[in-house]
Design a protein. Structure first.
Length: 185
């Protein structure tokens, strides 16, 4: 249950740093407000036995301010905040968020792209992995005070899910579905 939401100025930031960029473009002085943020990894997971995609559902305060609900369906993901290979960070996020242990060698890099380019420009690297119940090593749900729900979207319902505008989802998730349908199915 979400309650007592309030918006206040950000004084000390752990993950993002707002800034003003000043520059000259074609002889014209300009400025732009930006957020410096961590790059990230995201993993599109397919459960072979269940023939379903494993997504995460979690509360996002910024979305709450826009729609009064705030729960989004997303790829399993995490920020790049340690000096490890990206595939290792992806492996850790899979286990933390979904409870599946995937060998790093079985995690396939799809591509990298930039997100929130109008104000942040962080780079996200997308991976793909398949899981089955023999790979379950925990409950998932995130670490510390994260509250992440693992959601299964059956392959047979995935296209319908993609285009259901009542379901809040990220562009990276939609891209992952499109990639899957153009290369894996």
């Amino acid at each position: 249950m979400i309650e007592k939401v309030r918006l206040e100025p950000l004084v000390d930031s752990r993950f993002v740093r707002p800034a003003l960029v000043r520059y000259v473009q074609d002889g014209v002085e300009k400025s732009w407000e930006v957020i410096r943020a961590h790059d990230s990894v995201a993993v599109f997971l397919f459960h072979r036995e269940k023939e379903a995609f494993l997504l995460v559902r979690q509360f996002r305060p910024a979305v709450y301010l826009q729609n009064g609900d705030g729960f989004t369906y997303e790829l399993c993901a995490g920020i790049v905040d340690k000096a490890l290979p990206l595939v290792q960070i992806a492996k850790e996020e899979i286990e933390e968020e979904t409870g599946y242990g995937v060998d790093a060698a079985k995690i396939e890099k799809v591509t990298s792209f930039y997100t929130s380019v109008g104000f942040a420009g962080s780079k996200q690297t997308l991976f793909y992995a398949e899981v089955d119940e023999r790979m379950r090593v925990g409950e998932g749900g995130g670490i510390d005070d994260e509250s992440i729900e693992v959601v299964e979207v059956p392959l047979s319902k995935a296209r319908e899910f993609m285009f259901d505008e009542s379901i809040v989802k990220t562009p990276g998730l939609l891209f992952a579905f499109m990639w899957f349908f153009s290369t894996k199915s």
